[in-house]
Design a protein around this ligand. Structure first.
Ligand code: HEM
Length: 477
């Protein structure tokens, strides 16, 4: 027994429940060894240690989780929320939904700098009465690419060189220079917003276009925005270099300590809404995630407020094992035809089955607050059996004997009519961007605002950079 133990502490045990009488020494033949191999306690301790790491996320490996709640306004802008969506979490003023958020950087590894010039991940998991809703966004309003098939190439160019294992700027700019649709995002990443001061002083954006569906089965296109109530703060390259020389985890520390001292950060959720059609009058495709929707034509409509008020108890259980996905939607919130979303929706749960395990949804941090009744069974590390209506024999549906039934048919699908020719390789990225601007019918001045709207500081960023307000552009993304 080690010195300093007191009798009121719980007793150390093995995972089998055996009390551990000596945690300081292996069992040996005589005081100098050799060690014996039947020492179960030693073998369990070391072999578990050997397996402590799971694969880090293929992107967004460095990140930090906090918990909190979302409080609905009951309205979307000046209208009742029910006008646009039947999603229950938005309907009633004051309704609170518990949530977790994971902030992250994108390109660096699990222990990399949190002041890198890089987008920041902004992934929120809302635990609603209808199951989980994940909104997996970033701190910048657009993205580098608009077709999911390009994502592995984008990321390969940003990750370390496969030979030198260094992040090589030439590889990044090589890819970007061949991908004209990336230019809008590039102007953000190399703007003063490219290095957020921390996770609290930044906005969040859903980036991709989604749908909302109301009780009558009518749908609209929607973009999500999280507006920080702390104000936006960013770092110059030289400020970031000073910080990262001493602390790689500065943003996690800032968030953790703010919550510990009761300074709870808040973000207002706003949406932009557009009718669900092709919109030939616009000079951009509303399903194209390399474009913003100009806020003077599609105003931000407040929906509710998110407050973060609780830190994690355990980093691994809550930050490493949490798993978000764009397919995790509740009734009243839907996909759009944005083709990035399809790619993303496949990718997230696919990687999580590999990274965390096939039963990752049984882990406490991923489990919804409502009971799950499924016929999904077994697999590695099954933590329990999903509820089966009291008859363990019936793990199938339909059954005349027992088991689970389908939910009520009152559920009303949104059924847009879609037709088109099956194509690949047409409408390549960049064509509509280069084809010139057309003003919106009711506003001749859009040409400037398409880039200079309230939410887009690109023009101002470039001006600021030119006037020396920003440091030299970083070599690091
Ligand atoms: C087709 C394009 C994309 C693909 C295939 C993709 C794929 C992935 C994958 C595989 C992960 C790791 C997930 C995990 O291990 O749990 C991830 C994480 C993430 N992605 Fe994407 N992604 C794409 C685009 C985007 C875009 C456009 C955004 C922002 C709007 C985004 C935001 C995030 C965030 C925030 C995370 C970290 C989630 C967390 O904190 O656990 N991704 N992505």
């Amino acid at each position: 027994m080690s010195d300093g133990t007191t009798n009121d502490k719980p007793v150390l045990t093995t995972r089998q429940g055996h009390p551990v009488h000596n945690n300081q020494s292996q069992r040996t033949v005589g005081p100098r060894g050799p060690a014996t191999l039947e020492n179960y306690q030693f073998l369990e301790k070391i072999s578990h240690f050997d397996r402590e790491r799971i694969p880090e996320r293929v992107v967004h490996a460095r990140g930090f989780v906090a918990h909190g709640e979302f409080e609905a306004y009951g309205t979307i802008g000046s209208e009742p929320a029910a006008t646009y969506t039947r999603a229950k979490l938005f309907q009633t003023k004051g309704k609170k939904t518990p949530l977790s958020i994971r902030f992250s950087t994108v390109a660096g590894g699990r222990d990399s700098s949190e002041v890198a010039r890089d987008p920041r991940g902004f992934a929120v998991k809302l635990r609603t009465e209808d199951g989980n809703w994940d909104l997996v966004g970033n701190n910048l309003p657009v993205f580098f690419i608009r077709d999911a098939i390009k994502f592995p190439d984008l990321i390969h160019s940003q990750k370390p060189d496969p030979v030198t294992f260094r992040q090589e700027p030439n590889r990044i700019f090589d890819f970007i220079s061949m991908s004209p649709e990336a230019m809008h995002m590039v102007t953000w990443v190399w703007s003063p917003r490219g290095i957020p001061a921390n996770y609290r002083h930044q906005d969040g954006f859903g980036v991709n276009t989604y749908r909302m569906v109301n009780a009558r089965g009518e749908g609209v296109l929607v973009k999500y925005h999280w507006k920080t109530q702390q104000g936006i703060e960013s770092l110059t390259q030289s400020q970031a270099e000073v910080i990262q020389a001493k602390d790689l985890g500065s943003a996690s520390k800032d968030l953790y300590t703010a919550i510990e001292r009761g300074d709870f950060p808040k973000w207002e959720l706003c949406v932009q809404i557009m009718s669900d059609e092709e919109h030939p009058e616009l000079d951009f495709d509303p399903l194209d995630d390399t474009k913003i929707w100009p806020e003077d034509h599609f105003p931000l409509r407040p929906v509710g407020m998110m407050t973060l008020n609780r830190n994690v108890d355990n980093f691994f259980a809550e930050s490493e094992q949490i798993a978000f996905g764009t397919g995790v939607l509740v009734d009243g919130l839907d996909f759009s035809d944005d083709k990035m979303l399809v790619g993303r929706t496949f990718s997230y749960s696919d990687t999580q089955r590999h990274r965390v395990g096939s039963n990752y949804l049984q882990l406490p941090v991923n489990k919804p607050v409502v009971p799950t009744h499924t016929n999904q069974r077994d697999g590695q590390m099954a933590y329990g059996v999903d509820e089966d209506a009291g008859n363990g024999h019936i793990n199938y549906e339909p059954s005349s004997i027992a088991g689970l039934r389908e939910a009520d048919a009152s559920y009303q699908d949104y059924r847009p009519y879609i037709e088109g020719q099956l194509i690949k390789g047409e409408n390549r990225a960049g064509e509509r961007l280069r084809s010139g601007r057309r003003p919106l019918p009711d506003d001749a001045g859009l040409g400037a605002r398409g880039f200079d709207s309230q939410s887009c500081l690109c023009v101002r960023a470039v001006r600021a950079a030119n006037s020396g307000a920003n440091d030299r552009p970083s070599q690091q993304m």
